[in-house]
Design a binder for this molecule. Structure first.
Ligand code: ATP
Length: 455
């Protein structure tokens, strides 16, 4: 831990004349390296050394996961603190971003600073829209100019979108926590030395207060990323104390630079809150809609399952892709007439495929009776008869007997699914996907900054 000295030489000592500041950063990385959360870690470290006092956990906001130009999880970060010198803090942030970003290699960073807290409703609405729609950099810039928000961008400056959205997202309705541990530089690009058994044990012991750490079905550790970035592991959970407790249970066999606990919208389903209009399915949008199944679902090439639905606004093609595992089985059990609510993201129409909704969750609201009319059984041998044609009765091929009066028999096929919410397994979930157990959660109260939120 960094020791904070309350000495007269420390310019940040005392609460007088301190301004409440929020600084947000985004789009600093490429597929070859770096991570915005790591730059946030370095900035927190620098601010703490200077004695800057934090008002809240750093915020990690995941935005529309369907944005094609994202690097990985479409995350942006904001820091809320008090300082006597906001300009200096802003310069420090800009310096770190320009030093560590993958500039010229896919990164188009943005740094945004606001001293207005809470943010104006227009910024809050912008942040809300950025969760489920495509928003423009021009809109972000015009809002920042209007509301006296300071910003700096590099390259295409696209990061200004995510950074502004991170300032406008207050996590008032729901939040989770993630402890991100970072690797020592010499290990970047090498295999991560995290003990799988300890992850499994931790996941079993602390679940549901930590979640999506281990996939029991495929026996797969989910806390370690695969790429060359500085993140060693990320532990998600409901409370800061729990992610820290979980971290201390993990056996790590490599040098760790440190960790930081973020407050986040991960696991809250925030990107699916808005309604999708089937008469106007815009590419890359996310949301939910109620509908009725109109055709029996089908399995296609690659094991993907396709479903056709309608509501009063129109028709939609939906898909549960192969990685969603047994979720596809539930989708396959639907029949025409079932009333459901689908949440997911719109895949752009191509020359080969219509716009398709990638299903992220399925709420079965009403199950229709599966009533079928089948050919009658022969009353001599009991075998199923075949039809002689319309109104001409049925014939038994075994007894060679025709019964002209026989009629089709009503048969009720028992349904194998129940009303309720269905979600793909953890390995196929997005950062924002709300895990099933979280649907049962009552309102949570989080601790203010715990002692060891940074290390
Ligand atoms: P990481 O998770 O490792 O930080 P990333 O997946 O967040 O990487 P970025 O490099 O930040 O990817 O790229 C995402 C880009 O998309 C950013 O420039 C961000 O501002 C922009 N963006 C985010 N949400 C939207 C949106 N709703 N509409 C348009 N652009 C968006």
């Amino acid at each position: 831990m960094i020791a904070l000295k309350d000495s007269p030489s420390n310019p940040e000592t005392g609460m007088d004349n301190k301004t409440l500041v929020v600084i947000a950063i985004d789009d600093t990385d490429s597929k070859n390296g770096m991570c915005t959360t790591y730059i946030a870690y370095l900035l927190v470290e620098q601010f703490l050394r200077k004695g800057i006092s934090f008002e809240d956990y750093p915020i990690l906001i995941r935005l529309n996961p369907n944005i094609p130009w994202k690097t990985r999880g479409n995350g942006a970060v904001s820091l809320k603190f008090r300082t006597k010198d906001p300009e200096k803090a802003y310069e420090d942030a800009c310096m770190l971003v320009s030093k560590y970003s993958e500039l010229g290699k896919q990164a188009n960073p943005g740094v945004v600073m606001s001293t207005i807290s809470p943010p104006n409703i227009e910024i809050i609405n912008f942040a809300e829209t950025a969760l489920s729609e495509v928003v423009s950099r021009r809109e972000a810039i015009s809002l920042m100019k209007k509301h006296n928000i300071q910003y700096r961008g590099w390259g295409k400056q696209r990061g200004l979108i995510g950074a502004l959205a991170a300032i406008g997202n207050l996590l008032h309705n729901d939040a989770t926590f993630e402890l991100l541990a970072f690797r020592s530089k010499e290990n970047w690009g090498h295999q991560r030395a995290v003990d799988n058994e300890s992850v499994k044990k931790m996941s079993r012991e602390i679940y549901p207060d930590t979640f999506n750490c281990y996939d029991e079905e495929k026996k797969r550790v989910l806390i370690t990323p695969r790429g060359p970035d500085p993140v060693l592991l990320g532990i998600r959970g409901e409370y800061p104390e729990k992610v820290l407790q979980a971290y201390r249970m993990i056996k790590i066999d490599e040098a760790v630079k440190g960790y930081l606990i973020f407050k986040t919208n991960q696991g809250t389903g925030a990107h699916l809150k808005s309604k999708l209009d089937l008469s106007d399915l815009k590419a890359y949008r996310t949301g939910h809609f109620e509908c009725t199944v109109i055709e029996p679902p089908k399995t296609g090439i690659g094991g993907h399952v396709y479903l056709k639905v309608k509501n009063k606004e129109g028709y939609a093609n939906c898909a549960a892709y192969e990685p969603t595992g047994r979720f596809r089985k539930t989708v396959l059990s639907l029949i025409p007439g079932d009333s459901i609510e689908i949440a997911g993201s719109v895949r752009k129409r191509t020359s080969k495929h219509p716009a398709t909704i990638n299903m992220e969750s399925l709420l079965i609201k009403k199950i229709t009776d599966d009533i079928r009319f089948v050919n009658p059984d022969c009353n001599i041998c009991g075998k199923r008869m075949s039809s002689k044609g319309q109104s001409q009765g049925f014939h038994c091929d075994f007894c060679n007997k025709t019964d002209r009066k026989a009629e089709k028999v009503k048969f009720e096929n028992p349904r194998t699914i129940q009303v309720g919410i269905y979600i793909p397994p953890p390995r196929a979930q997005r950062h924002l996907t709300k895990p099933k157990q979280r649907y049962l959660l009552k309102h949570k109260i989080y601790s203010p900054l715990i002692e060891h939120w940074f290390n």
